[in-house]
Design a protein around this ligand. Structure first.
Ligand code: UT7
Length: 302
């Protein structure tokens, strides 16, 4: 389908990225996709929407700049205010663990008891569909979970290094009578220095994973599941090779879903849980990286 309007082919895409299929929003409304994931997470937890006392969404872009996606989801789920605050976070493809850490902080301090945490991304609306370098890489997705207080987060690491040039997407703001036009607020579909990101992803993931595992007082061999941001199968393979651990501990769904930014890890987590690959008590490492350049990693006991 892509090669009908782009100078590309399966022969280029599959070996370079590992992606065979991806899902893209067509006639659905994106906020409804996020709300659907949220409702399924509430159902899976055996709860009802009224049990939720905070909604946090990880999201880079959607048609609404304001209100937040979390606020839109609240309305769609029929959760009445005013005692369920809502907010979005944007930490690009590293957003899942950034948001998880924020949820953990609210739960540990008793400021929330049941957080609906949704990572929802419509990445395919950020790219120029005439640019083969980016258009073939992404998919849209939403993954969600309900989080309560526990001692499951064993360690976490968040980093940020200002490098806006390696990945960015720019939308113009409204003109004002006073703005003199610096030229930087023009529209620019997603720009990606793929090779640079590839290198930084592999080295940062190796560093961050070692750091969080050590911080948790564990050895790499203790970790049952590694769920890395699904940006490219070759990135996952490079990290896997470096660690010399059993290959089946590194999960992947990029072949089916493409790169879905911060939704990639929670969607993968849902899939491996449904496939019966995870049991209570298993140790997991999550690792993400993306525009910023930001990185995040955590060790979590399921
Ligand atoms: O989640 C955060 C964002 N994710 C990433 O940035 C992912 C990290 N980077 C990558 O996964 C890889 O760098 C890419 C998959 C994006 C690109 O793979 P690459 O092996 O680094 O290829 P390249 O960009 O160096 O391009 C190699 C060639 C170029 O042609 P020339 O200059 O060698 O003639 C490209 O024009 O491949 C060409 N090319 C394509 N050809 C067919 C680039 N995209 C395509 C395409 N189909 N879709």
């Amino acid at each position: 389908m892509l090669s009908e309007f782009l100078d590309t082919s399966d022969e280029w895409i599959v070996p370079r990225t590992g992606i065979k299929t991806r899902q893209i929003v067509t006639d659905e409304r994106f906020e409804e996709l996020a709300a659907l994931a949220g409702q399924r997470a509430i159902d899976a937890a055996g709860l009802v929407p009224e049990d939720i006392d905070f909604i946090i969404c990880s999201n880079v872009v959607n048609c609404y700049v304001t209100p937040s996606l979390a606020s839109l989801v609240q309305g769609l789920l029929g959760i009445k205010g005013p005692n369920c605050p809502t907010m979005d976070i944007n930490s690009a493809c590293a957003g899942f663990v950034y948001g998880l850490d924020i949820c953990d902080a609210f739960l540990q301090t008793g400021r929330a008891n049941r957080i609906l945490y949704i990572c929802a991304e419509e990445v395919t609306r950020m790219v120029d569909w005439t640019q083969r370098e980016t258009a073939v890489l992404f998919g849209d997705a939403a993954g969600a979970m309900v989080l309560g207080k526990g001692d499951n987060m064993l360690s976490c690491k968040l980093t940020s290094t200002p490098m806006p040039d390696v990945i960015y997407y720019r939308l113009p703001c409204e003109a004002t009578p006073y703005e003199t036009g610096t030229g930087i607020d023009t529209h620019m579909p997603m720009q990606l220095k793929g090779r640079e990101v590839f290198r930084m992803a592999v080295s940062s993931a190796q560093r961050d994973i070692k750091d969080v595992v050590a911080k948790a007082g564990l050895q790499l061999e203790d970790i049952d599941h590694f769920l890395l941001h699904q940006a490219n199968q070759r990135i996952i393979d490079a990290i896997k090779q470096n660690f010399d651990l059993p290959a089946e501990r590194f999960h992947s769904n990029i072949e089916k879903r493409g790169n879905t930014s911060s939704a990639s890890i929670p969607v993968l987590l849902d899939e491996i849980i449904r496939e019966g690959k995870v049991k209570r008590g298993d140790l997991m490492v999550f690792d993400g990286f993306g525009a910023g350049f930001v990185t995040s990693a955590a060790v979590v006991r399921y």
